[in-house]
Design a protein. Sequence first.
Length: 308
Amino acid sequence: FVSSQVEILDWETKKQLCFLDKVEPNATIGEIRLMFHKLYPRWYPARQSIKLDPKGKSLRDEEILQHLPVGTTATLYFKDLGPQIGWTTVFLIEYTGPLFIYFLFYFRMTFVYGLDERFTSSPHPVVNLACICHSFHYIKRLIETVFVHRFSRGTMPLRNIVKNCLYYWGFAAWLAYYINHPLYTPPSYGKKQINFAVIMFLLCEAGNFSINVALSDLRRNGSKTCKIPYPTKNPFTWLFFFVSCPNYTYEVGTWISFTIMTQCVPVGLFTLLCFIQMTIWAKDKHCTYLREFKDYPSHRMPIIPFLL
C-alpha cells in the first residue's frame, strides 16, 4: 500500500477543505491533524474530529494511515468539535466547587439560614462527620486528578463544563442545605447506623483509589492504547474478576454509604442519579472492551457482579 495524498472534506457539506500531498504512508492521524492545523490555525488538533465516514467514529491519534481502509488518495472527513478544555482543568473546577460550597452551609452563614448565634453549630455529631467525609471525598478526587489520572483524551468541549458544574455544584448545595439545616434529624438507628456507614464509606473510597491507581498504571509509559485491566495483589482490585468498571462500583458504594450515614432524601436522589449515569458509562466501557478484545473475560459484568 502506497499513499501520498490525503483529501480532507467537511463532514456536513462535503466541501474540500484541503488536499495534503506527499504524506508518508506510516503517518498517524495525529500527524495529519497537525498538518491540517498549519493550514487552519483556528482548528487546533484537540478541536478536530477526523473520520473515515461523515457519520462514523472519530479516528484516534495513534492510528496509522496505511492501516486504514482507504485508497491511493485517502478521503477523510473533518468536524469542528468547538472550543476545548483540558480534562485536568475540568475536574479541578468540578471538584473544587462542591468542597467550598458545602462549607457555606456547614458553617451556617447568616445569609443561608438567616439564624442568630444560637444556631451557628449543630448539636448532632453526624453533621460534623458528614462534612469530614464529604470534604475527604472531593479532596481525594482533586489529588487523583493531579497525581493519578491519565486521560486517553486530553480535552472535552468547553460548553460541557457549565452543565457538569451545575450538576456537581448544584447537588453539593442541595445536600449541604438539608444535612446542615437546624431542623435536621440524625439517622434512626443512631451510632450503629453511622459507624456502619463510615466503615463502608472508607472501604469504598480505598477501593475507588486502588482501581484508579491500577488503571493509571496501564498508561504508565504515556500509552493511549486501550488495555484489559486485571486484578493485582491489592485486594481492592479483585473486583476486576467480576466487573469491568469497579471504580464506578466503589463510587456508587461511597454515595450509598453517605446516604445511610446522613439518612437524607436529597443524598439518596443524588446517589440514584450517580448510579444511573455510572451504569451508562460502565456499559459503554464494557462494550468497548468486548469489541476491541476477543479474549476479554466473558464472566465480567459492567458494574454490578453477576447482575448488571
